[in-house]
Write a protein that binds this ligand. Structure first.
Ligand code: DGL
Length: 258
């Protein structure tokens, strides 16, 4: 046990995507300190089996808790669907907050009927999403698009390259003019929000980061775990692909204008 990150909140994803959630956590909770772990050596998760994602998630949570983290944010829709319930049962003493496709806020927003949900194949296949869609989507036209290959491509960076637009066009081009809103049900996708808007026009995009940050604040407050410091917290990046280039990529996603 190293307790390197005693009092930090541990945040993880299969790779760079969770940084879109981390940005919102820092915005809403500036006095907290965060250690972000990206499992880029094993990304993408969205085309793996549920068991594989659960195994990786458990190994990462063990490592973050051994390092002294006081709470865990699963900044990944796929890992939340595959692993959150099991991890919460196994680590009942630690607040574990997940992220889910923001279908609820999209259905509650005015003048929205046709909603495109972009997510990984496994997120859309698992019960957690099916229950969410049944609960919130039944009065709307919800179109689900499993975006195989997209998170893996975002992992590589250089998001202004033409192949990113081509991939998106092949996934969602046929919905141009046919949808009123888009749910970004994978934490990697906010990083290609401008490209999605170029294809679909100025439709509102919904992602789960804001709700996740609010939930983290509530859960920390409930347990008296909010940071007592009034100054800004620290943000530390770590990766299973532990090279200076990869950590530089993480830092660039943290500050990328969106
Ligand atoms: N960022 C993740 C999600 O929110 C996983 C993407 C992937 O690794 O396939 O689903």
């Amino acid at each position: 046990m190293s307790l390197r990150y005693n009092g930090f909140v541990g945040v993880f994803d299969s790779g760079v995507g969770g940084i879109s959630v981390l940005r919102e956590l820092v915005r809403q909770l500036p006095s907290e300190s965060f250690v972000f772990f990206g499992d880029s050596a094993n990304a993408p998760y969205g085309e793996k089996s549920r068991d594989q994602v659960l195994r990786r998630s458990r190994a990462i949570v063990d490592m973050l808790l051994d390092d002294g983290c006081k709470a865990i944010v699963i900044a990944c829709n796929t890992a939340t669907s595959a692993a959150a319930a099991t991890l919460r049962a196994d680590y009942a003493h630690v607040p574990i907050i997940g992220v889910e496709p923001a279908l609820k806020p999209a259905t509650l927003a005015p003048n929205i009927e046709h909603i495109l949900v972009m997510a990984t194949p496994i997120t859309l296949r698992l019960d957690k999403y099916k229950q969410l869609a049944e609960r919130w989507g039944s009065d709307h036209d919800v179109i689900e698009v499993p975006c195989a290959g997209l998170a893996g491509r975002i992992e590589q960076g250089r998001l202004d390259a033409p192949d990113v637009d081509e991939l998106l066009e092949s996934l969602i081009g046929r919905y141009r003019g046919k949808v009123d809103a888009v749910v970004l049900g994978c934490t990697h996708y906010p990083f290609v929000a401008p490209q999605i808007k170029r294809i679909l026009g100025e439709v509102p995009l919904f992602d789960g980061a804001v709700g996740t940050a609010r939930q983290l604040e509530r859960r920390l407050a409930e347990r008296g775990l909010l940071s007592k410091s009034s100054g800004p917290g620290q943000v530390v990046f770590a990766s299973s692909k532990d090279t200076p280039e990869e950590l530089e990529l993480y830092r660039s996603f943290f500050t990328l204008p969106l």
